[in-house]
Design a protein around this ligand. Structure first.
Ligand SMILES: *Cc1c(COP(=O)(O)O)cnc(C)c1O
Length: 365
């Protein structure tokens, strides 16, 4: 019997760093400080340096990172934020929970990212920001978006939760707009052993404000200047992230090697492969997403051959029960994507041998 190839083997990923992680956890335990201590400060500095920004601010998770960004800007009720219609629900939740309106814009079918040519027609007097989402690990084409933001005085927020380490013209994700939200959920390219998130920016005032907002709105204990939330990246997670960050580029390279192997060797005509990224590092392959009209059939065939796959995502935000007010909308590109996408195994610990088997089975389908 063949062994199952898992969609993602998190244990194997973290096992690589086991000794250093054990040591890091022990050090935090010994320190007696478990929140807002030296480990967080250290990781925030390292992550800012990595992204090329002046500041990084830890948060409890990626959704909170985006939430803190929107809170910090103090947008008014019903202000509008443009967001790709095919994003993960968290991008949209961060907007709607702050009483702002997510304005859904269709993605480009060739890269699954916000289509810059469809944005301007959606801009109104209420528009305050464009949230780009570097979905699947691929960087959004920023030039037109940055020009539009300048023309209409809009903030550019990056949802960078799937693209740690990806670059756009030699600048890193997290440093392409005004401010960015990251997630360190275990399965992300940089993942901790629980929940974690961060914000990066070059805006000192904004960074300072978010440091207060994440801690009940206070810089000084019991002095609350904002109606904040409780959303801190804890010391243990920060220490683990400091262990893993130096390996991120290497791990992304391994993802690129697997992706290139898939791109060069999957030849089945019933499958649409992801388009090649414009530059080598403009895609860090958080997931490798193919499309086919016979998705259920392919997924089942792969399962029968001991290959586990996943779907990112099966239901678009505007068809979710949670957003019933949008259920009548027709967004054909987004709907087509959600009906046809399938994610193949992808990770820095997937072996070439496993990739060979996956390609072989797919080409036989
Ligand atoms: C994972 C993710 C988030 C949310 O991160 P959490 O840490 O799970 O809250 C936000 N946006 C995108 C695109 C994501 O993939």
């Amino acid at each position: 019997m063949c062994k199952m190839i898992p969609f993602l083997d998190l244990k194997k990923i973290n096992e690589q760093h086991r000794k250093k992680i054990d040591l890091a956890i022990e050090k935090v335990l010994e320190s007696g400080q478990y929140l807002l201590g030296k480990s967080l400060e250290k990781f925030e500095q390292e992550f800012a340096v990595y992204c090329g920004t002046k500041y990084a601010v830890g948060a409890a998770n990626g959704l909170d990172a985006l939430d803190l960004i929107i809170k910090a800007y103090e947008f008014s009720k019903d202000d509008e934020i443009i967001v790709p219609a095919n994003t993960y629900i968290a991008s949209i939740l961060a907007i709607s929970k702050n009483d702002c309106r997510p304005i859904l814009v269709e993605p480009d079918i060739n890269n699954y990212l916000l289509d810059p040519d469809l944005i301007e027609e959606k801009i109104t007097k209420k528009t305050k920001a464009i949230m780009v989402v570097h979905l699947y690990g691929r960087v959004t084409e920023m030039r037109k978006i940055l020009d539009l933001a300048k023309k209409y005085k809009l903030k550019v927020i990056e949802d960078a939760a799937q693209a740690h380490g990806a670059t756009y013209n030699d600048k890193k994700v997290g440093n392409l707009g005004d401010v960015s939200g990251f997630s360190f959920y275990p399965s992300k390219n940089l993942g901790c052993l629980g929940d974690g998130g961060a914000i990066t920016t070059n805006d000192e005032g904004l960074a300072d404000k978010m440091r207060a907002l994440r801690n009940y709105g206070s810089h000084i204990k019991y002095h609350n200047v904002y109606k904040g939330i409780n959303s801190r990246l804890d010391e243990i997670q920060a220490a683990i992230l400091s262990v893993k960050l130096p390996h991120l580029d290497d791990e992304n390279e391994k993802r690129m090697a697997i992706a290139n192997y898939y791109l060069n060797n999957i030849t089945n005509k019933k499958i649409v492969l992801p388009s090649a990224p414009p530059q080598k590092k403009s895609h860090v392959w958080h997931v490798f997403v193919i499309r086919t009209k016979e998705r259920e059939n392919l997924q089942q065939y792969l399962a029968e051959n001991n290959i586990q796959t996943s779907i990112h995502y099966p239901i678009p935000p505007h068809k979710q029960k949670a957003y019933q007010e949008w259920n009548h909308l027709s967004l054909p590109i987004t709907e087509k994507i959600h009906q046809e996408v399938l994610s193949l195994p992808m990770s820095p610990v997937l072996s070439l041998k496993e990739a060979e088997k996956i390609v072989h089975v797919i080409n036989k389908w």
